[in-house]
Design a protein around this ligand. Structure first.
Ligand SMILES: *Cc1c(COP(=O)(O)O)cnc(C)c1O
Length: 364
């Protein structure tokens, strides 16, 4: 690791692979033979078109995205998708089923209600979202335009495993994958729309990736602004207006880095190894404990507590002073949260555990 860099456990924006940052810094003043930075380039230039095309083709090969899905590079964050999705998908019933697994689900529900009906089928709110509700598919509605889940719950540290994705039959399944896209292999065919803000596992903030099935495009409500209609972006290859060019360029570099790790399957093995190290320690520790039921544990965001607010604060302070930063948990859970996205090296997790062990010995 480069000398003055810390281990950054931020939930987002978050750590990027050091190789990517170095490559970007080497290409900062002149990209290829262009004599200019990607930030200074026309989004219609040959160089930039080749960057965005590579980003799309890497995304397709990494996630095994079939030809009948479009890949869009948009702006507005995952939060804009909370409104863009109902605007475009409330085609017939103006109603959707939701599973409420945390703060981001709640926001998605709130926005959908502006355009129609949001039916909350299940929630784990009463247990501070520490689990993913068990679903009975006979309770799913037939008269909805889509079914929405948040695949990885960044704040609470739960996730739907690839095996646990609800089977919604002919109802389009819409998934917020902001905090675990590209972290393990999910079968794209189970989904009709996947969206993710880039700043957790894909690149810098300012970019949102949307993967959408063909048959959902071109049916937006009449009142939908042109720029919020998916069809606009499909018809213009994500270049309807000036896209976040530099974020797309870093995204391309991150995707190339993932390809170099053995693709999503390769990175999944590393992520399982990393998260297992921390969960195993949490399970055996007499001081620190995880806050989530075992079967729904996230590979990316791992909240933990000591049960004593003062000790939590002391641990965070000590960790910060030693270069382990952004470990403070979300205020709704308290304690600590280690976000260990794709770019967090194994070394960072091993050293965090060593620090926790030392702290445990000193605070018995
Ligand atoms: C961070 C996050 C969001 C919000 O993303 P923005 O890009 O800030 O709008 C939404 N959903 C999930 C699961 C997140 O982790």
């Amino acid at each position: 690791m480069t000398q003055d860099r810390v281990f950054n456990f931020s939930a987002g924006p978050s750590v990027l692979p050091e190789e990517v940052l170095l490559k970007a810094s080497n290409e900062m003043l002149s990209y290829g033979n262009s004599g200019m930075s990607v930030m200074e380039m026309s989004h219609r230039s040959k160089d930039f078109l080749s960057i965005i095309e590579s980003a799309e083709s890497h995304m397709r090969s990494l996630m095994k995205i079939p030809d009948n899905y479009k890949v869009l590079f948009l702006q507005g964050g995952a939060s804009l998708q909370f409104s863009m999705i109902p605007m475009n998908l409330f085609i017939k019933h103006k109603k959707a089923d939701f599973i409420d697994t945390g703060a981001w689900s709640t926001k998605a529900i709130k926005e959908a209600k502006i355009y129609g009906e949001a039916n909350v089928l299940a929630t784990s709110k009463e247990q501070v979202y520490s689990y993913i509700p068990k679903l009975d598919s006979s309770s799913f509605s037939n008269d909805v335009d889509y079914f929405h889940i948040t695949v990885n719950n960044t704040i609470y540290g739960t996730r739907y495993t690839p095996e646990n994705i609800p089977n919604t039959g002919s109802i389009p399944l819409v998934a917020d994958m902001s905090s675990n896209i590209l972290s393990e292999a999910y079968d794209i065919n189970k989904f009709s729309l996947i969206y993710a803000g880039a700043q957790k596992n894909i690149g810098p903030a300012g970019l949102t990736v949307v993967i959408i099935k063909d048959d959902l495009i071109g049916k937006a409500m009449d009142s939908t602004p042109t720029i919020l209609d998916y069809k606009t972006h499909v018809d213009n290859d994500s270049l309807y207006n000036t896209p976040p060019c530099y974020s797309i360029y870093i995204c391309k570099l991150v995707l190339e880095w993932i390809l170099g790790q053995g693709g999503v399957k390769g990175i999944e093995q590393i992520n399982k190894y990393k998260s297992n190290l921390l969960y195993s320690y949490l399970d055996e520790s007499n001081l620190f404990k995880g806050t989530v039921v075992k079967e729904d544990r996230s590979l990316m965001n791992i909240p933990f507590i000591t049960g004593n607010d003062e000790l939590d604060a002391l641990f965070i302070k000590e960790a910060t002073s030693k270069g382990f930063v952004n470990l403070k948990g979300h205020r709704s859970v308290g304690g600590m949260r280690a976000s260990i996205y794709n770019a967090m090296p194994v070394d960072g997790v091993q050293k965090l555990i060593a620090l926790m062990k030392e702290f445990e010995v000193n605070h018995k």
